[in-house]
Structure formats: C-alpha cells, structure tokens
Design a protein around this ligand. Sequence first.
Ligand code: NAI
Ligand code: MG
Length: 477
Amino acid sequence: MDSLFIDGEWVTPADRERIPVLNPATEEVIGSIVDADASDAAAAFAAARKALPGWRALPVGERAAYLDALADAFRDRGEELARLATAEIGMPLAESRGVQAALPEQVLRSTAQAARDLAWEYQDASGSTVIREPVGVVLGITPWNFPVHQLVAKLAPALAAGCTIVLKPAELTPLNALFLADLCAAIGLPPGVVNLVTGRGSTTGETLVQSEAYDLVSFTGSLGIGRHIGEVAGRRIVRATLELGGKSPAVVMSDADLAAAVQTTVKNCFTNAGQKCNAPTRLIVPEARREEAMQIAAAAAASYRLGDPLDDDTTMGPLASEVQREKVLSYVAGARARGARVHGGGAAGFDRGYFVEPAIITDVAESDPVVQEEIFGPVLVLLGHHGEDDAIRLANDSPYGLSAEVWTADPAAARRLAEGIQAGQVRINGVRSPNPPIAPFGGYKASGLGRELGSFGLEEYLEVKAVLGSFEPVEED
Ligand code: NAI
Ligand code: MG
C-alpha cells in the first residue's frame, strides 16, 4: 500500500497526497494510495520504454509462459484476491471469486494461447511478408466495477503482444491492483514490463493521458472520460481502445419462456449491484405481457438479500461509493417524479454502507433518462414492444451498443434479432453453452472502439508491417 510499482521496484514517494480507500459496505478506511504526479508518471513510462526492446524480443512462447505463471499465481492466491476485491468494491464474495479471480486466471491462460496460435508472420498471395509487431508502450486506465478483470483484460494482451504497460487503476479500487503488481514481481516478470501508478483520474490519470510517452491507450470507464481520452489520442495519432459501458437490451419474444427470460435478466442486471457495463438494463417484452413481466421481475428483485458481502447469504452488496449511491437514487427519484411506476429503489435502511434496494421501473417514456442513460446500479427498466420490428427499434434506440440478449423459441427469429440489434455481443436464450472468455467483447456506437479478449483483444496491441519484395538480393541479369 502507499506505493507505486515502477521498474520492478516498490517506490514510496514521500511528499504526495494520500487518498484513503473505503470499504463501501462499512465505510471504514481500509488503506490509502499515493496520488501520483508527473514525475511518477514519467518514471513509469521511462521504465516501460526501457523494458520494451528486451520484452518484445522474447520468443512468444516465453511471453506466454509468463502469462501462464501469472495465471498460476491467480489460482494459488485467488481467495486473497477475491476477499480484497470484495473489501474494496462490496461485491458478494461468491461473485468476487468468479469474476475477480477465476475469470482473470482464464483470461491470462486464453490470451497466452491466442498469442501462441497467432500467425505472427506469413507470406500473402502477393509474396509480401506480413509481420505482426507490438505497438509499443501501453497506457491502461481502468474502472472500479470489475477491477481485477479489467486490469488483466489490458495487461494480458499487451504483454502477449510484446508491449510493456503502465496501469492506472481506479482510485476507488486500487488495492487489488497493488496485489496484482506483487504477483507480477513474484513470478519474476522482468522490471519495467508492468508498472503501476495510482491516483485520481483528474490528477494522475490526466497527467498520464497528456504524456507523449505512450503508443496506445486502452481505457475502460465512462463515456465522457472516454471521449476526452479519444480526443487526446486523436490529436497525437496514437491508438485508443475505449470500452464505455452501455444500456443493453434484453428482448423477449412472445414464444419465449417469459418467467425464465425475466428471472435471468433480473439476475444478469443485478450482478455486482448493477454496476456492470454489459448489464441488461432494458427488458423489452411483448406489450400484452408487460404487467405479467412486471410481477415476475418485482418478485425476483424482492428476493435479493442485501448485506455484508462476506456473508454467504448475501446476494447484493452495496454500491461502490456514496457518489454512485446518490447517482442511482436520483435517477430513481427522477423517474418516479415523472410518473413512472417503481418497485423498490430506495436506500436500504442500514446504519452504514452505500446500499440501494434493487428497482424495477415501468410506465416510463422511451426518452426518459432512466431508459436512455447508463445508471450503473440495480435498476431494471421494463418496456413493451409490438412485435419483432418494434422490438429491434426499441433495442437500438440507445446511444450505446455493447451487448444484447434475445429470448425466442424460433431460431430464425433469433438470427434476425441478432443481426438487427446493433451490439458487440448478442446472447441467445441465456447462453447455456460454456462460454470461455475468448469471444470478442466491445461496443458498437458510443459503447466504444476496439475489442477485448481472445484473438481480437490481442490484435488491438499489434501493428502490421508488410515487407514487399524478397529479403534476398535480387539477381541482376
Ligand atoms: P470514470 O470514467 O471517471 O473513471 C474510470 C477511470 O478513468 C478511473 O481510473 C479514473 O481515475 C480515470 N479517469 C477519470 N478521469 C480521468 C481523466 N481526466 N484522465 C485520465 N483518466 C481519468 O468513471 P467513474 O467516475 O468512476 O464512474 C462514472 C460512471 O462511469 C459510472 O456511473 C458508469 O456509468 C460509468 N462507468 C462505466 C464503466 C464501464 O465498464 N464501461 C466502468 C465504470 C464506470
Ligand atoms: Mg469520474
């Protein structure tokens, strides 16, 4: 704690401001971090730059082996990591074990495999040699909602590609990032390949982004900050990959099992208290069955047990911060004031912690902020459609396009809906097949630019070079 990880060393700058880290379930201070300044940022970029030639020169199999070693460390220390992440974000421990430990372990292994499988060099039909090369030094800026996964979703492909990285985790949830840096040191990763700089977005984050020392920035977070980072990257003509959230639809057709569709959507929407970029937050059901869906959804919402995220019986923890709680409560109050019907959605009456009861909202205009804007809390909006075309229209009536769910018994309709909805991922009937984390993940429209995970995630960190002509000297006649 209280330190930065730069060039393989823990450094503790003395005269920087410290930022306290709170447990959102108890409001207790559980640590503090350095608000890093421009000299720290410069040191981190310099270390990444210095490490780049050696790291990119390693055979891909050796870089992949480091990722596998880090995955082994996740397997061995996953429980500690899950508990730490729960203390920072308030996610129920069972969820944390899945998404903060097991998922990043799988992402590390599958990214290592994608790197081994990639065609790093080949001859095309013109006889040119096509070569993949690492982009260079990466700046990774991550949010707080799935903090470990979001760091690893940048670190793994960057390292596999042969890039080095400077990571800036969210100031709400930095402790897991320090733990991750410790694991990088423990597996013997060469100094400077991974560097960690902590601090606020407006200070440290802005300083890092304004630096001229990186070749690619990969950001996950809010639309507003993503747009700003994209503008800065655009001026410098460096690549930016942006993952900016969503307002994802779950479309239920009249031939689907309504109860299963609604219950699964509620569950997917309320994971991590709804603080999930791809949460299905707009449930779009046949208008004739909207009332029935409301009853099912309200019953499912009422069955949540809010409380201590370390308690096995808890199914919903607090929101990540007081700011986030106030934001969610004001969205719900606004909808109510505009005449919407709201089930739940109040502040839970606990002495401490940023808890909000899950909410189901219906009887609301299509243009209402709760229908259009990302709330990032346990709020599900229920809309009625008048058939397939109308369902697709409603699904696409959003600035975002990260993901979508489709529920129908008709395979032809499932395909029409999947093709008609503008989203980076479409999930059919709750996805019963195993889903290893290699499917490309990312958004259409304002949900962002680029993809994460699997081979598409790896490509973001690679440049393409075409070598025309033969490496051998041309024989003169
Ligand atoms: P944010 O976009 O402000 O923060 C995300 C990351 O960017 C953090 O590491 C932060 O320190 C950094 N950052 C902030 N300002 C920066 C700047 N000027 N330069 C460089 N880095 C900067 O998100 P915030 O404020 O934590 O959450 C606000 C809303 O954003 C949420 O309510 C939600 O709607 C959305 N969000 C979306 C996420 C997603 O997964 N796409 C994740 C988290 C939040
Ligand atoms: Mg912010």
